[in-house]
Design a protein around this ligand. Sequence first.
Ligand code: A2P
Length: 277
Amino acid sequence: MLNLHSTKKLINGVEMPRLGLGVYKMTNPAEAYSAMSHALEAGYIAIDTAALYDNEEQVGQAVRDSKKKREELFITSKVWNTDQGYDQTLRAFETSLKKLDMDYLDLYLTHWPVPELYVDTYRAIERLYDEKLIRATGVSNHEPHHLEKLLATANVQPMVNQIELHPHLIQQKNRDFAKQHNIAITSWSPLGRGRVLEDEAIMKLGEKYGKSAAQVIIRWHLQHDLIVIPKSVKEVRIRQNADVFDFELTAEDMQAIDMLNRDERYGSHPDTFHLKK
Ligand code: A2P
């Protein structure tokens, strides 16, 4: 039986929580701090932030104020595009760690595969891993062709790839590749920036299970063995998004949700994203 503390074992044996709070676009410090605190209070043990989100200080503050033991939590951050390259990534990591006021991170990711730089960025992440400053390595928004390049030279393979993934963009190719290489997938914008919530088929399933559309979608991610990081700033939704362990979608309903795929992105494509903020 899954629960809010359930984890997925990464290829190096580290246990990564299956559900965490995503904090993208939470740039209002008070709002961000409040959302993170509510999540920790509700029993979340993972927070996914990034240098770009400009809220690492709030993550650190919320964690300290929660009085939870650091080792019981799983904190992820990412190096932003303008800080990529070997030395720059090492410096960016130091800045993130300082802002978080932590001694280590559980997971550190390349945010986007900046052409010409992402291989060196990942080499720096490998070094952070060797120095035990991070417990797991990974990337975000990498396509199989990016990962192939990293895998060809890496001493420590990427353990996680965090990609946009929701019922309108099921990312089958990327998932198949990840499975083949024992890379865990984290779904960002798991609710499709909220847009999948209005899908009629999802709403109907919500009625069938006595759950909200968001809960149905989060459950779909979990049952596909995806790590899921829904974002909300509202306490009631933060709690609702974690209340997904008392029902199970049938195989038919899982398939019906898979069929909603239309390869539609609500964010950028990794091959054409804009480099700057
Ligand atoms: P808000 O932060 O105001 O609650 P995603 O994680 O796919 O990017 O989706 C995030 C969006 O979905 C946000 O706009 C968030 O709004 C909204 N959202 C998150 N959880 C729920 C929920 N349980 N019900 C309705 N909307 C939600």
